[in-house]
Design a protein around this ligand. Structure first.
Ligand code: FES
Ligand code: FES
Length: 173
């Protein structure tokens, strides 16, 4: 059996389904439709989820459209449904809304996941302000937004990242 957690809940999948991709499993089996299929070939990153391995709290961006289930055995997966606490948005979700970062919203879950992982990492390992722009570029620069919300995504994330740098122990992700 292939075994993993999704947003804190344990799931098992028969080995015979190991070649199925994570995105189909999330949407079809778990009815978690927040993770979006866009290009489907591992380019746009709309389908990004967070995956942690072993006992490490560190999560890595993972493209759900192109990641087969057999590679996820033993992992902890977080999707966009697992970011907010109930009805309470995280600061970066709130910032994306306030800055009108997205239009159609299809890319938004991927940006939320990448930004969330970036801010988590930043709170553990703050970077100097002088390096923040390049760090943000590394975190979200490869995400494609067909509605061209790049500047507003960037501005929103920078705003929250500055808060994290000034208060790394706070909960700003
Ligand atoms: S839909 Fe997965 S990378 Fe584009
Ligand atoms: S808001 Fe439409 S693709 Fe980004």
């Amino acid at each position: 059996m292939i075994s993993f957690h999704v947003n804190g809940t344990h799931h098992q999948v028969d080995d015979s389904r190991g070649r199925e991709v994570l995105l189909d499993y999330l949407q079809g089996d778990l009815n978690l439709t927040g993770t979006k299929l866009c290009c489907g070939i591992g380019v746009c990153r709309a389908c990004t989820v967070a995956v942690a391995k072993g006992g490490s709290p560190a999560e890595a961006p993972t493209i759900a459209c192109s990641t087969p289930l057999h590679l996820l055995d033993g992992t902890r997966i977080r999707t966009v449904e697992g970011v907010a606490e109930g009805e309470t948005l995280t600061p970066v979700q709130d910032a994306f809304l306030r800055h009108f970062s997205f239009q159609c919203g299809y890319c938004a879950p991927g940006f939320v996941m990448a930004a969330t992982m970036f801010l988590d990492s930043l709170s553990r390992n703050p970077v100097p302000v002088a390096d923040l722009d390049s760090a943000i570029e590394d975190a979200i620069g490869a995400h494609i937004c067909r509605c061209s919300g790049y500047v507003r995504y960037y501005q929103a994330l920078r705003e929250v990242a500055m808060d994290v740098i000034s208060d790394p122990e706070g909960d700003k992700a």
